[in-house]
Design a protein around this ligand. Structure first.
Ligand SMILES: Cc1ncc(COP(=O)(O)O)c(C=O)c1O
Length: 490
């Protein structure tokens, strides 16, 4: 376990240690029962005072993340009896834990699902709505007509024809680009990773929305970035706060999801898009504009991407194709210019020498035909029905005190519970009832707010949605009733 300490940060050292250990535990990187270093060892390793570590450990214990057992040590949320009953007095030694890693956080645990679970946690589209059969035929055709496709590398930048097709596709969003300015990545996730590897090192400042997409937090944390956050209101990032942070800390990157923001669903206004670009120009920093699903709008088309106004190469634009076409093809498109683009291309070469040729070629006929446009229309209609159904069910079954944002597009609804409720705990109960959601704490880069959750309405069938949301509301109701019964002041 590697704990990155930032001495210049405004967050206290004990809070940083607390946060880092919570991130490791929530990610599953530190498993239940793992032994933590002693206070003495950790204070020596991190070059912080004894008191700082004690304070962090006390807070972790108070929040039930760890338990200290007299004479044995400190363990991740372990059942005391398990340790007391162990045959030997020595705590079990796990040599693998003595190998230091540099992974502060990774939310892969949220991809583990048990069979039969109603996954309201997955920000993905119901496979029944995706063009699987068409793509399957294309892959067969491609392989039988040209089996040698498997014995070649792709161009590192990506197949020219796919870049050409995507450059035409992006014209509908007014994104000015050419095949030469596009890079094919293994999903947008790799796009974010390439950007972070290329431009972010320990203590570089990255500004993110709060809350934001957990997968991006994991990547920037992994590079040792100092992450500063800006809250999101109904028009997107709060630009006064952004401006103040930029003046004071000179970030290298501002990461934003302006259209149907993940997780809140908010759309950044056109005015703010223009202003954020002005801010980036004035301090010479990069904006990473992540756009996985702007095609999925339910009322009117969202404003054009920030990239459409970018005359000086400040914006790196990411258009993922996972959500709307085929997650397993792992194809995303990155648009950038100038030496920023050249350096990202070099990073792609280091990372994997190019994306798989088979999936690039298989998507091409779909993207270049009218099918792509028709498919997006179909998705908008089908997902609007699911969004409306979800909102109706929430209105009907959720108890008083629970609120949500109405998304005008995208795949998610952001729900806020009374602030004494902890969605990490509720998830345990929901999973027992075979329903999952994303606890909001995963989406906060710094302060973890526990009373939110993200419900994705796009992956499950309408029938499953009904079942899942009713079950969730039943759990909310039970929690609130039990609090009422146990508190004379409620
Ligand atoms: C905002 C956002 N960006 C990027 C990704 C990564 O998507 P992919 O790598 O599949 O394109 C996701 C996935 O959920 C996402 O929600």
């Amino acid at each position: 376990m590697h704990i990155e300490i930032q001495r210049k940060s405004e967050t206290s050292l004990s809070k940083q240690i607390f946060q880092s250990i919570v991130d490791h535990i929530r990610s599953g990187l530190l498993r239940e029962g793992s032994q933590l270093p002693s206070v003495r060892e950790l204070s020596k390793k991190l070059e912080v005072s004894f008191v700082t570590v004690v304070k962090a450990y006390k807070e972790l214990e108070k929040e039930n993340f760890i338990i200290s057992i007299q004479g044995k040590g400190t363990f991740v949320n372990i059942d005391e009896s398990d340790v007391s009953n162990s045959k030997t007095d020595e705590p079990p030694f796990n040599w693998q834990l003595s190998i230091q890693d540099y992974l502060p956080r990774a939310q892969f645990s949220r991809f583990h699902h048990v069979q039969g679970e109603i996954q309201l946690s997955s920000s993905m589209i119901d496979p029944g709505l995706l063009p699987n059969q068409y793509l399957e035929k294309e892959i067969h055709k491609m392989l039988s007509e040209n089996p040698r496709i498997l014995s070649r590398y792709s161009e590192i930048q990506g197949e020219y024809k796919l870049r050409e097709a995507m450059s035409n596709y992006l014209k509908q969003f007014d994104v000015p680009t050419t095949p030469e300015n596009l890079l094919v990545t293994n999903g947008s996730q790799q796009g974010i990773d390439l950007i972070a590897r290329t431009f972010i090192g320990p203590n570089d400042v990255v500004i993110m929305e709060s809350p934001t997409y957990p997968g991006a937090i994991d990547i920037f944390r992994g590079r040792g970035a100092t992450i500063l956050t800006v809250p999101v209101d109904s028009d997107g990032m709060n630009l006064n706060i952004l401006q103040n942070l930029c003046d004071k800390y000179k970030p290298k990157i501002i990461y934003t999801i302006p259209t149907f923001h993940n997780p809140t669903g908010v759309v950044m206004s056109h005015k703010r898009r223009r202003q954020i670009l002005e801010i980036a120009k004035s301090i010479q920093c990069i904006i990473v504009e992540d756009d996985p699903w702007s095609e999925i709008y339910f009322d009117k088309k969202p404003p054009a991407p920030i990239k459409s106004m970018d005359n000086y190469g400040h914006v790196i634009y990411l258009k993922g194709l996972s959500k709307t076409l085929a997650p397993s093809c792992r194809i995303g498109i990155l648009s950038a210019s100038g030496s920023i683009f050249n350096r990202l291309l070099a990073a792609k070469s280091n990372a994997d020498l190019g994306s798989p040729l088979l999936t690039q070629k298989s998507l091409l006929p779909f993207i270049t035909s009218k099918k792509m446009i028709d498919h997006m229309k179909k998705l908008r209609t089908a997902l609007k029905v699911r969004r409306d159904l979800s909102l109706e069910l929430l209105s009907q079954y959720s108890p008083d005190g629970i609120t949500w944002m109405v998304p005008k597009g995208g795949l998610n609804i952001w729900i806020t519970l009374p602030n004494w409720m902890d969605t990490n705990q509720l998830l345990i109960e929901a999973k027992k009832n075979l329903v999952s959601f994303l606890p909001g704490s995963a989406c906060f880069p710094v302060e973890h707010e526990k009373c939110h959750l993200r419900l994705s309405f796009s992956f499950m069938s309408e029938l499953q949605l009904q079942q899942g949301i009713k079950t969730l509301c039943m759990i909310f109701n039970a929690e609130i009733s039990s609090k009422k019964n146990n508190s004379p002041y409620f």
